[in-house]
Design a protein around this ligand. Structure first.
Ligand SMILES: O=C(O)CCC(=O)C(=O)O
Ligand SMILES: [Fe+2]
Length: 113
């Protein structure tokens, strides 16, 4: 991961398993860990929902700063690892009431603290 990302000071990784059900969401935030002493170089999302349709929500949207404009979207895709540098504004859109599956993933940060 150091070689892939170019951050040679990465020395640990944390992880959390997440399960978004209909109605779940994550509002815009930038993953800045400095208030708690964490140095988060790269965020990752390992998507584990076996199939997913964008109509079901749960989209990982990236904002252009805090302007509210969406500049990129990652749709959950099974067994796909998404990486992005932090801090960067992003959010997970609300999972639709009719989504037939939970949005499953393992997420965390590659850290230099
Ligand atoms: O689950 C995702 O796609 C992103 C989660 C996230 O942004 C976070 O936990 O900080
Ligand atoms: Fe995040």
């Amino acid at each position: 991961m150091r070689e892939l990302t170019g951050f040679t000071d990465i020395r640990k990784v944390d992880a959390q398993a997440t399960r978004y059900l209909p109605g779940h969401f994550l509002t815009a935030h930038d993953d800045d860990g400095s208030p708690t002493g964490q140095i988060r170089r790269v965020a990752y999302v390992l998507s584990l929902s076996e199939r997913w349709h964008p109509d079901w929500g749960g989209l990982l949207n990236f904002y252009d700063g805090d302007s509210g404009q969406i500049q990129d979207t990652f749709v959950p895709a099974y067994n796909t690892l998404s990486l992005f540098t932090t801090p960067q504004y992003h959010a997970v859109s609300t999972v639709a009431p009719y989504a037939p599956l939970p949005r499953l993933s393992i997420t965390g940060w590659l850290r230099a603290d």
